[in-house]
Each structure stands twice: as structure tokens, then as C-alpha cells.
Unconditional design. Structure first.
Length: 133
């Protein structure tokens, strides 16, 4: 089994169960990706390639701090998510925002319960809920 991973992050992008030859795969791999042979099949949603050891490692939970879980739906009041890792992305209703200096701010003028999906290539996806009333 061979995994293809992003060379500068370790994010697994493909798993090849029965490669013809490792050398042939290397020839067909672009400069942004690398290959690693492994012994057993894994779920890429739960693992990444540790770039220090070049071994498969388990993704951990995204660490964060959420200041409030309820806001006024006035377009002014906000929920602030802090202490996010570099490269973390928050997605709400198919709109995404990448963190800046570990912070993402969410506000709205529409009442409702909002699911905020936090993603990071080396961490498990995490969903937060903020209610706007």
C-alpha cells in the first residue's frame, strides 16, 4: 500500500492499494506530493504523514477557544474563535474563511443555529454551534 501526501504538510491525498511498482508511481508524482509505503490500509481522515519521522501519525483534535455560543443576530455581535492552529479553516453555509493569527470571527444578521466546521490538514474536523437570535 502506498500513500500520496502533500510534501510540505503531510496531508494524505490518496491511497493506492495495489501499485504496479513504487518506482513507476514516483515517476508519475508531481513536485508538490511525495509517496510513502505502508503496511496496512488507513483512513486518511484520521491520519497524516509526520514530516519529522516519515511515519503515519494519528490526527488530533483541533484546539480552540470559543468566547460565546449565542450572539445577537444584528450583524454587529460576534462569536470569536481563538487559539486556532495555523492553516485552520472555518466553514459556515459553504462559505470558508482561513484563520489569521489564530483567530476567526463569526457574526450574522440572520437568526438561526449555525454549524461552524473547523478543518485543518493535520487535525480531525471539528464542528461548533453558535446560535444567533
Amino acid at each position: 500500500i502506498v500513500v500520496t501526501y502533500v510534501t510540505n504538510s503531510g496531508q494524505i491525498v490518496d491511497i493506492i492499494d495495489s501499485p504496479s511498482t513504487f518506482e513507476q508511481l514516483q515517476l508519475n508524482t508531481d513536485a508538490d506530493n511525495s509517496l510513502l509505503q505502508i503496511d496496512q490500509r488507513i483512513n486518511p481522515n484520521n491520519f497524516y504523514v509526520d514530516l519529522d519521522t516519515f511515519e503515519i501519525a494519528s490526527k488530533s483534535e483541533i484546539s480552540y477557544t470559543l468566547d460565546v455560543t449565542a450572539i445577537d443576530a444584528d450583524g454587529v455581535d460576534v462569536a470569536t474563535i481563538t487559539d486556532l492552529p495555523d492553516g485552520c479553516i472555518a466553514t459556515v453555509n459553504d462559505e470558508s474563511e482561513q484563520e489569521t493569527e489564530g483567530v476567526i470571527v463569526f457574526g450574522t444578521d440572520l437568526a438561526g443555529v449555525y454549524q461552524i466546521l473547523l478543518t485543518h490538514p493535520l487535525a480531525l474536523d471539528t464542528t461548533l454551534e453558535v446560535t444567533a437570535a
